[in-house]
Write a protein of this length. Structure first.
Length: 250
């Protein structure tokens, strides 16, 4: 039998049989603002983002022309990423004072209570897509610096009630997992000199059938010319071509 590496040995007993089930995550102390993320993100990050489809172009134009934009469409169409890119551009240009990113902490059958740590630690896995997008645009060290200074705030939907968000760029992600009343509450947070983008895919809600409010609110607000409602399609998916093919039949 070939000699096992030091990393492999701890998972086998002396007879070579499996002794311990390998844990799903080796880095138990992972945090989205760790030094590892800082170093990786700062080696190279994207400065210019261009639309790769007609739908993405319409989304960017809508964000430029409206204080409120609702972007609905399948996964992989770049809804969240493009919204965060516009938020970062506005912050760097001095058009706003802060970026606020929010999304619901949907458990999808697994309880937050089983995750170790305080609330920030429990929320980290849910917010990682937002950290990744910010890291691509700014670099990890700058993201960490901006968060420490309060220029970037990431919070679950439940923490948004009662606030008035002025001079800010607000991105509400995964809105298909918000109820009608939750989205209504979030939309009413919009303050002066602010831009809000709500993103989600009504077809992939983790809520019980009929509870998600994204589709209903999108239909109602689409009639208002001061609000942009962009409906992305499978042709706008920029992930692997199989993603679009699968979503068309699933």
């Amino acid at each position: 039998m070939a000699k096992k590496s030091a990393k492999e040995k701890k998972y086998f007993n002396k007879k070579g049989d499996v002794n311990i089930v390998r844990p799903p995550f080796d880095n138990k102390g992972w945090h989205p603002l760790s030094e590892e993320i800082d170093n990786n993100r700062d080696k190279k990050y994207i400065k210019t983002v261009k639309p790769r489809s007609i739908g993405q172009k319409q989304l960017l134009q809508s964000i430029d022309n409206h204080h409120l934009t609702i972007a609905v469409g399948p996964a992989g169409t770049g809804k969240t990423y493009l919204a965060i890119c516009k938020a970062v551009d506005a912050l760097e240009a001095g058009k706003i004072e802060r970026i606020i990113l929010s999304r619901p902490a949907m458990e999808a059958g697994e309880s937050l209570g089983y995750l170790p740590g305080d609330m920030a630690d429990k929320m980290a896995p849910y917010l990682r897509p937002l950290y990744d997008a910010l890291g691509d645009r700014l670099g990890g060290k700058k993201v960490k610096k901006y968060m420490e200074e309060g220029l970037i705030e990431i919070a679950p939907v439940g923490f948004m009630r009662g606030r008035t968000l002025n001079n800010a760029f607000i991105v509400i992600d995964e809105a298909q997992n918000c109820t009608y009343q939750q989205i209504k509450m979030l939309l009413s947070r919009l303050g002066w000199h602010s831009t809000m983008v709500v993103t989600g895919d009504p077809a992939q809600s983790d809520l019980l059938e009929g509870m998600s409010g994204l589709a209903v609110i999108s239909d109602k607000l689409e009639k208002n010319e001061n609000i942009g409602v962009v409906r992305l399609q499978s042709v706008d998916i920029v992930r692997h071509p199989l993603v679009a093919q699968m979503l068309d039949v699933l």
